[in-house]
Design a protein around this ligand. Structure first.
Ligand code: ADP
Length: 164
């Protein structure tokens, strides 16, 4: 069974992430989506557990998927899961430098796992969790950027005008 890992901060999950997760599920037998909780900072909008719950809700229709949070090295996590690939989405040239560096570091730490890059779909090229958070915070419409099932959760958490 070929297992792929989709890692990220997913704070919160967007249509861009979901596109990569769905395309990965078509290429591999099983997908493990991992919220890397090392990235959890005081400024994060959602806790790692909340992010896992949001991802589970929007991927419920995908067979053979597992979603969890992890604190530690991705290379070790990939070994634990017997994964053959780490799948990342590439939006623009700006993603390339850090992604290339991370892929080489992960290869050094775990020679058994390959990093695979999928190009972002045209309509998601500009999309990131931070863009969603900024638009939402000031009352903008995020319905085109995030799955419908979780839009309200994101608005409740982030919209300044909805806060008491
Ligand atoms: P961000 O916080 O920048 O939205 P994450 O760290 O959560 O991203 O990203 C997890 C993975 O998803 C990374 O491989 C990232 O390149 C990819 N990704 C994020 N947004 C998109 C998008 N709009 N289209 C394709 N891939 C994306």
């Amino acid at each position: 069974m070929k297992i792929a890992i989709c890692p990220g901060s997913f704070d919160p999950v967007t249509n861009g992430h979901l596109d990569i997760i769905r395309r990965t599920a078509r290429l591999f037998d099983k997908v493990v989506v991992v919220v890397m909780s090392n990235y959890f900072k005081k400024t994060s909008a959602f806790t790692p557990e909340e992010r896992v719950e949001l991802i589970k809700r929007v991927t419920a229709d995908i067979p053979d998927i597992e979603v969890e949070a992890h604190y530690g090295l991705l290379a070790d996590y990939a070994a634990q899961k017997n994964a053959v690939a780490i799948v990342k989405g590439l939006r623009a040239v700006s993603d390339f430098d850090t992604e290339f560096q991370q892929a080489l570091a992960n290869k050094k730490l775990n020679g058994d796992v390959e990093t695979v890059f999928l190009t972002a779909s045209g309509e998601n090229m500009y999309l990131s969790s931070s863009v969603v958070k900024q638009i939402c915070e000031f009352g903008g419409d995020i319905s085109e950027f995030v799955p419908a099932e979780i839009r309200e959760d994101i608005e409740k958490r982030l919209r300044k005008d909805l806060k008491i």
